[in-house]
Design a protein around this ligand. Structure first.
Ligand code: GTP
Ligand code: SPV
Ligand code: MN
Length: 589
């Protein structure tokens, strides 16, 4: 008797017509074989799927070049299909389920002819966690198969866990012909299915990541009473060995990975890393919020990663615990056969750009694609938390919500209470980045950094957050942070990176009731004398500017927030309306 997984794969093989079906066992030997094959035969846009880099200086490192039109998430082609459009909300593209299924079936017919269909059984979450979910994805690219082995807990053991039934999350993926006009990332949250055609890029193709662990899981969380969030999970250990755990939501390419493994500028604190992108959180029996990281790897932004910004990521990349580490769309140092990107160090004399063309330093274009990325195991990370595989997760004392705002938003603001924190999360705006296709630097509302990832109506999401707080005996404190304010010359005022520990220290002091705060119309800000600014060399007057709230500047912001909330009509919780009215009144007073 065939199992549920076998029957499903057979059905897909009839539809896609691959040359062969290959069941991945998740072993290292298998990863070697896939990479060797990808170095020889398989090609994407004239380049081999994998290219071996200098193994002495960059152990286990391989370069991958994507199709040039396929370098970021494509939000306009991403759909969340519920029976009714209102259930997907104004935050999602929607299509009726039968229409979406018919479209995807048509695009899938024969799409794997001449190719291999890889079957990937994997688990999101620590294996014994009550949150862990068994999944199976099929794909027709070895790059996706190898990436999924790094990013998830993948292997034949998962098939045993699933057994003969069909209780597993389904992912169907084919790159098709890369035609952006035939590219769709379709979600069916009610049946736990993601169907993605036409893109090999991370968030569009590694279906355990944003597609399942956020869009589908957020819907599961709504139904079952927990939260799936776009958040870092980290521990901050003090000099006495006591660790406080926090989570932090920031939009794509706004600093999560850097924060997750920050090298502290304050010697009395040390950071440990649980996760850098996704947190699943629920209330424990003790009334506290607990968080697990469903992933097993980092899919991180390369540009800006260097020894002076994120030394622990450079160490992670150079560690050789886990085979392999992948580099996608970075530049290539032609003399040393090493990966290179802006921010790693001075450019070597002879470089090929991310598409393999000779790069001219005078050309002003970037050698690495601004959204070039590395894929590396969490278990390579020198700051990895001893709690990373704890099935229960870690207890969360504070939740940070960040955005990229060149003006207006203070370095840090504490919410008055949980409902005010949800209001702060919901009204958060951020300037867009290269992580998604489209304009860069435009301000958009991105509540809890979840705008592109919430798998249902965001009005219901805000209500869900309100309710979750009421379930907790000791809800975490909520803070807004902004590392990205600039001065008159457009340079960042705050040094960021390791110095962000100075802000985290204040947050810990607040969590543990050690310092006071100053009340403003938008929340509580630090008394500057409570911040440890030793050795920073920034004049106090400049620091004070980072905490200024100038009511006159808030007019446009207030209007924009109101307009955004109004899109959700009556689905906006009354608590949020009340907080808005109170803030508006006190800014006008
Ligand atoms: P995703 O993987 O897309 O979700 O991104 P992320 O939120 O993990 O962002 P990441 O940490 O990779 O940072 C993105 C970019 O922001 C990089 O170029 C970093 O160098 C830069 N960055 C991160 N932290 C800071 C900071 O504290 N200050 C400044 N100025 N830049 C930062
Ligand atoms: C992001 O864009 O937030 C990422 C990369 O973390 S992706 O997996 O493509 O979503
Ligand atoms: Mn992300």
């Amino acid at each position: 008797m065939a199992t549920g997984v076998e029957r499903w794969v057979e059905e897909l093989a009839r539809l896609f017509e691959p040359k062969r079906v290959y069941w991945c066992d998740g072993s290292e030997a298998e990863a070697h074989r896939l990479i060797e094959a990808g170095m020889l035969e398989e090609k994407i846009a004239h380049h081999n799927v994998f290219y071996e880099l200098n193994q002495r200086n960059w152990p286990k490192a391989y370069l991958h070049r994507s199709h040039p039109t396929d370098v970021a998430r494509t939000e306009q082609l991403t759909f969340v299909c519920h029976p009714e459009q209102d259930q997907a909300g104004p935050n999602n593209n929607w299509m009726p389920i039968p229409k979406a299924k018919a479209l995807m079936t048509k695009l899938s017919k024969g799409a794997m002819r001449g190719r291999t269909m890889y079957v990937l059984p994997y688990v999101m979450g620590p294996l014994d966690s009550p949150y862990a979910k068994a999944c199976v994805q099929v794909t027709d690219v070895s790059y996706v198969a190898v990436s999924m082995r790094i990013m998830t807990r993948l292997g034949s053991h998962v098939l045993k866990k699933i057994g003969s039934g069909d209780n597993f999350v389904k992912g169907i993926h084919s790159v098709g012909d890369f035609d952006p006009n035939r590219r769709y990332i379709m979600h069916f949250p009610r049946e736990g299915l993601v169907w993605s055609i036409g893109s090999g890029y991370g968030g569009n193709a590694l279906l355990g990541k944003k597609c399942f662990s956020l869009r589908i899981a957020s819907y599961l969380g709504l139904r079952q009473g927990w939260l799936a969030e776009h958040m870092v999970i980290m521990g901050i250990e003090d000099i006495k060995g006591h660790t406080t755990y926090i989570t932090a939501a920031m939009p794509s390419a706004c600093g999560k990975t850097n924060l997750a493994m920050l090298e502290s500028a304050l010697p009395e604190y040390k950071v440990t890393t649980v996760g850098d992108d996704i947190a699943w959180m629920g209330t424990g029996l003790d009334g506290r919020l607990y968080a697990i990281n469903p992933e097993a790897g980092f899919f991180g932004v390369a540009p800006g990663t260097g020894m002076s910004t994120n030394p622990n990521m450079v160490r992670t990349l150079k560690a050789s615990n886990f085979y392999p580490t992948l580099y996608t769309n970075v530049a290539l140092d032609l003399d040393r056969n090493e990966p290179w990107w802006e921010g790693l160090g001075p450019p070597p004399p002879r470089l090929a750009d991310w598409q393999g063309r000779p790069w001219d330093p005078a050309s002003k274009t970037k050698a690495a694609h601004p959204n070039s990325r590395f894929t590396v195991s969490l278990y390579n990370c020198p700051t990895i938390s001893p709690e990373v595989d704890n099935p229960k997760g870690v207890p969360v004392s504070a939740i940070l919500i960040g955005g990229r705002r060149s003006h207006l938003m203070p370095l840090v603001v504490e919410a008055f209470d949980w409902t005010h924190g949800v209001f702060i999360g919901a009204r958060t705006g951020s300037e867009t980045t290269a992580a998604a296709a489209g304009a860069v630097g435009a301000l958009r509302r991105d509540p809890f950094a979840m705008l592109p990832f919430c798998g249902y109506n965001m009005g219901d999401y805000f209500r869900h957050w309100m309710n979750q707080g009421a379930l907790m005996r000791t809800p975490p404190k909520i803070f807004a942070v902004n590392w990205f304010r600039v001065d008159e010359n457009g340079t960042f005022v705050w040094p960021g990176f390791g110095d962000n520990m100075r802000v985290l220290k204040w947050i810990l002091d607040r969590v543990h009731g050690r310092v006071g705060a100053r009340e403003t119309p938008i929340g509580l800000v630090p008394h500057v004398e409570d911040l440890n600014l030793d050795g920073l060399g920034i004049p106090c007057s400049k620091i004070e500017k980072l905490f200024e709230v100038r009511p006159a500047e808030w007019k446009g912001e207030l209007k924009d927030i109101r307009k955004f909330f109004d899109r959700f009509g009556r689905q906006i919780p009354y608590e949020m309306r009340n907080h808005y009215d109170k803030m508006e009144k006190s800014l006008k007073a």
